[in-house]
Design a protein around this ligand. Sequence first.
Ligand SMILES: Cc1cc2nc3c(=O)[nH]c(=O)nc-3n(C[C@H](O)[C@H](O)[C@H](O)COP(=O)(O)OP(=O)(O)OC[C@H]3O[C@@H](n4cnc5c(N)ncnc54)[C@H](O)[C@@H]3O)c2cc1C
Length: 456
Amino acid sequence: MSLTAALEQISAELGADRIATEIAGYQSDKTVAFTASPMAVIIPHSETETARCMRILSSFGIPMTARGGGTGVTGGAVPLDAAVISLERLNRVIEIDTANMTITVEAGVRTAAVRDAAASHGLFYPPDPASLEDCTIGGNAAVGAGGPHAVKYGTTKDYILGMNFVTPDGTLMRWGGKFVKNSAGYALGPLIIGSEGTLAVITSLTLRLLPLPGESIDILASFASLEGAVDCVGEILRGAIAPAALELIDGSAVALTARHAAGGVCFPDAGAHLLIRLDGADTDTVERSFAMLVRLLDARATGYLRAAGAEDSARLWKSRRAIRSSIEAESPEFFAEDPAVPRSEIPAFIRAVDAGIRKLGAQAVFFGHAGDGNLHINILKYAMPDDEWQLKKESIRSCIYREAVRRGGTITGEHGVGYLRKSHLAALYAPEELALMRRIKQAFDPDNLLNPGKVL
Ligand SMILES: Cc1cc2nc3c(=O)[nH]c(=O)nc-3n(C[C@H](O)[C@H](O)[C@H](O)COP(=O)(O)OP(=O)(O)OC[C@H]3O[C@@H](n4cnc5c(N)ncnc54)[C@H](O)[C@@H]3O)c2cc1C
């Protein structure tokens, strides 16, 4: 392995500016207290340049970690004895095809830019991770990102029709296209979705778009108990309401946000909140859904309010997004888990996990995407001594994953495995299933050069 020779070759073939001189910004993602220095940071300017850089690096045996926006929360983009391939210059919207309702973008385009480009043509790209201003579409595909809209519209994977990707030896490959159906051969694209940069580097994506919904309403409902809120979630989903978002905020998160968020929260003493968005093509459709929802809320909720307009809606969603900063204000050190369970299991799951975490001497705050059964569990360190905190973290993770799997769920619904969770995959998969995954990894990346130390 000669890093110097590899970098010299990249400089000679593509230009010295393809190698970053400032590497501090590439040592971490948004995972608390997890950093590593990259061997080098390579910034290709195009798909073909990405392939050439990867061919050169692999010919010298240099491991590589792809980086999008660096907003991951499991350490996936943190390079462990690897060079970083930053997709930041692959930031072009290649084409919006209104006839086929698709958008083709390079992997480094920010998710918000995909949404905005689609909207400028009256079209809708629904996946909406809360980090969408900073994360990239390639990172979303690599992790299988979701967001509040998933309850009605699905996650990133449901919108990927085509993908260009580079295997570690520098071969640029294509899968899919603008067509909606495809049953030819093994589905390589879906295999790469969620592989967190361990099988290939995604360089561009063709995404399906929908018509932009013309109208939307946001409603905040309060409940006496978590059980009451979750029962109502089931009824909302079984009815014909089809909410565009259905977020659960447990009493623990309501109280914390009431304490720390500027402007406070509505219904601060509630046992739980549901934040609900209804959308549709026109006012009549949305008002019909609202009337159905009100019948349910009158019977179940202790109160509700309907946002009076865009400003009011923004205020409701702002206090939902303020949960993370309120947690930081309460306890700067914390870690976040995002298991998913069948929806009906949510109350029992929260009760069991809460009891388990308390038994281990820690405290958790719960909220999440109730419609998908995907919960965000944040465990706060408070004044716990560092050594005790380090020891307890893994026991707490094990407790959460054990409960999720026992109830027919999974250890992560949208954030991925990355570095932090890889030792816990065995809680979910049988040894022969993990062995098959390792053989797939071997087929794509025989020399283990892509994102070493992650996922498996
Ligand atoms: C405040 C906040 C809110 C968040 N909200 C949500 C949410 O609502 N829903 C959700 O799902 N997640 C959420 N996340 C997590 C994170 O934003 C997502 O996982 C996002 O998809 C990461 O994208 P990124 O471009 O930042 O990827 P990075 O962090 O750069 O990388 C993530 C992983 O993907 C790999 N990767 C990146 N780009 C490529 C590529 N082009 N080809 C191959 N592999 C690649 C990396 O190697 C790494 O393993 C949130 C994070 C924060 C900090």
